[in-house]
Write a protein that binds this ligand. Structure first.
Ligand code: HEM
Length: 180
């Protein structure tokens, strides 16, 4: 996702997960091994410990807060420990298999006219979105949608925004017909 998985973090070499393709050179070449001491320094001020790393987190300066966070992380990151689920109003944290969503989320067609997208789903309904409120995304993971059947996922709290998530980038423009 945005950052690397923290599962099995203690005693792992920094920047070493094959599953995360976006590590900075700075972190990969840092030669840090994660433990109580190095993690405390990282969370206190990431840019101080590894100048030029790409984690957009300013750091936690409060000693007690870091102590509490590390106590939590040490438990939560043990292999086999289920990560906390994103949920509720956040609009899904990537833990839904998009191949199994209901008809009302299986996208059959998307048209584009002036400033408006019309999204028709397998249950026969068509919803309209202002162009800036519909995000076109890709999920190529095992939980992504099938090719040709993108998924419509609500976003935000007002019901006026959504994501259409495709299996690959190359199907996006062909799928959307300009039609009024
Ligand atoms: C207290 C909160 C956070 C903790 C405890 C934390 C922890 C970590 C750790 C331990 C690593 C190194 C993992 C490894 O070497 O495999 C890492 C890397 C990273 N994290 Fe965080 N993180 C936090 C917040 C954030 C936030 C808010 C973001 C972005 C929104 C973020 C994005 C990243 C990215 C992109 C990397 C890779 C950095 C690079 O390669 O330079 N993290 N994080």
């Amino acid at each position: 996702m945005t950052g690397p998985s923290l599962r099995g973090l203690w005693n792992r070499k920094a920047g070493s997960l094959a599953s995360f393709p976006r590590y900075s050179d700075a972190l990969k070449s840092s030669n840090i091994v994660w433990n109580d001491k190095t993690l405390d320094e990282w969370i206190k001020d990431p840019q101080h410990l590894v100048p030029g790393n790409e984690m957009t987190f300013p750091g936690l300066r409060d000693n007690q807060q870091r102590k509490d966070l590390l106590a939590f992380l040490e438990q939560a990151t043990q292999a086999g420990h289920a990560p906390p689920q994103m949920g509720g109003m956040m609009g899904g944290g990537g833990d839904v298999d998009l191949k199994t969503v209901g008809q009302e989320q299986r996208v059959r067609a998307v048209t584009y006219c002036h400033d408006t997208f019309r999204v028709t789903t397998a249950d026969g309904h068509t919803r309209t979105f202002w162009e800036r409120n519909l995000r076109l995304k890709v999920d190529g993971s095992k939980d992504g949608p099938e090719r040709g059947t993108p998924a419509l996922m609500g976003a935000g709290m007002m019901g006026d925004r959504a994501d259409v998530i495709f299996a690959t980038p190359d199907e996006i423009s062909g799928f959307i017909k300009s039609e009024c």
